[in-house]
Design a protein around this ligand. Structure first.
Ligand SMILES: Cc1cc2nc3c(=O)[nH]c(=O)nc-3n(C[C@H](O)[C@H](O)[C@H](O)COP(=O)(O)OP(=O)(O)OC[C@H]3O[C@@H](n4cnc5c(N)ncnc54)[C@H](O)[C@@H]3O)c2cc1C
Length: 379
């Protein structure tokens, strides 16, 4: 039977996590943005909250639960979401790491004491990951990495997951391997960007100059980085969709309260069709996007390939979320434009994730190729 319900435990978790996010995360969301301060304490608190809730029933703690975490944490603080996703995601992310590296990093990542940064994008390789030029050369027992990564979120990370070319004759994604590089490794240099949104999570450049890591730092097989990350992207795209939907849905809830109470022309704003219909449209789009995100997570859990569906939600969910938040901002009038409300910040934060993890055009290429064949949308 087709069943769209969450389990009683998932429903209880959602309710309690939402209350927690609104009480503990939302009040400092703007301040952390203004100060560009990473939410260490808040991420630790979410991870503790989730670990306590699921203690004794760990087997129920699956990708759907991580999806609920993404949606509900985003209602409080969009920037806490990715590091708060918990075991289902982190284990998938580090599945190919050596047992020693997993033991070293997993416990501290799951406690929020350590942060991990993903280093793919380069000056000459954005959407076209096959163009990466960062190299790793084998010298005896070590790999030596040289190159530049120029769009690394979590620039404050304790460990970086770095893609580098290990097959010097390759020109595409087939010669790429992944490495775990601890922050204190000699040869790393950092430069932070001033971003319009997600300002609590530093993003910027990581330069690697003769960076040496042991052979065991390679994650997965040589040349296997791209298939590994593609597998991870599928679920991460659903999480990105859900965090955008969560931020937008919270804004919509606030807007419903506002337009119900605000009186103009002798009546509450909600009684005007021109106010009610944009709310209805936003609610409809968000509801559809949300279920498609959960469907991707469900498909992955069932072992069903979901790259196309994940690409669909990655271009669609951040877009409808940004559109909904924009509408809500307008419905708040001048108050919505002010930093006294979190709406403008949510709009800035969500916009970045239309780009991060793959732009709308790249997602549409993935969908086009699945619908129309490999040669589709080539120019
Ligand atoms: C908030 C945020 C967080 C990010 N975090 C990370 C991170 O942690 N690690 C990391 O490695 N990277 C990260 N990125 C980088 C992100 O993955 C890249 O920005 C993205 O893949 C696009 O690459 P680019 O910016 O170089 O754009 P380009 O690839 O140069 O593209 C520029 C424009 O051209 C379009 N375009 C490109 N190729 C085609 C085509 N074939 N057909 C049609 N249109 C095309 C794109 O859609 C885009 O609109 C982040 C970016 C943002 C904004």
């Amino acid at each position: 039977v087709l069943d769209f319900s969450f389990t009683p435990a998932q429903e209880e978790y959602r309710g309690r996590l939402r209350a927690f996010a609104l009480a503990e995360l939302l009040p400092g969301y703007g301040e952390r943005d203004a100060e560009g301060r990473y939410p260490y304490e808040q991420v630790r608190a979410v991870l503790r909250f989730a670990a306590e809730f699921w203690r004794g029933r760990e087997t129920e703690r699956d990708l759907i639960v991580s999806g609920i975490t993404a949606e509900e944490v985003a209602r409080g603080d969009f920037n806490c979401v990715l590091p708060s996703l918990g075991p289902a995601l982190q284990r998938e992310f580090l599945a190919g790491a050596s047992p020693a590296d997993r033991d070293r990093w997993l416990p501290s990542l799951l406690a929020g004491d350590a942060v991990i940064g993903l280093c793919l994008t380069e000056p000459e390789a954005g959407s076209d990951m096959g163009g990466m030029q960062t190299r790793a050369e084998r010298r005896g027992d070590v790999w030596v990495l040289n190159g530049e990564k120029n769009s690394v979120s979590f620039l404050n990370a304790d460990v970086f997951y770095v893609f580098a070319r290990t097959d010097r004759d390759s020109r595409d994604w087939r010669g790429l391997s992944a490495f775990l590089v601890p922050r204190d490794t000699p040869g790393l240099a950092f430069e932070r960007y001033e971003d319009m949104g997600c300002r609590a999570v530093p993003r910027g450049i990581v330069r690697l100059t003769d960076v040496e890591v042991p052979a065991s730092a390679m994650v997965g097989p040589p040349g296997g980085a791209f298939p590994m990350i593609r597998h991870f992207f599928d679920v991460n795209r659903a999480f990105i969709g859900l965090k955008c939907v969560g931020a937008a849905r919270q804004t919509l809830d606030e807007t419903i309260v506002y337009v119900t109470g605000r009186v103009q022309f002798g009546a509450p704003l909600a009684t005007f069709q021109g106010v009610a219909f944009p709310i209805v449209e936003a609610a409809t789009h968000l509801e559809l996007a949300r279920w498609q995100c959960y469907r991707v997570l469900w498909m992955r859990q069932q072992g069903i390939p979901c790259a196309t569906e994940a690409a669909m939600v990655k271009w669609w969910a951040p877009k409808v979320a940004a559109d909904a938040i924009h509408q809500c901002l307008l419905l708040h009038g001048h108050q919505g434009y002010s930093r006294r409300l979190p709406i403008e910040q949510r709009l800035r934060d969500v916009l970045g994730w239309q780009i991060g993890d793959g732009t709308p055009q790249i997602q549409k290429l993935i969908v086009a190729r699945s619908l129309l064949g490999k040669g589709a949308a080539m120019r």
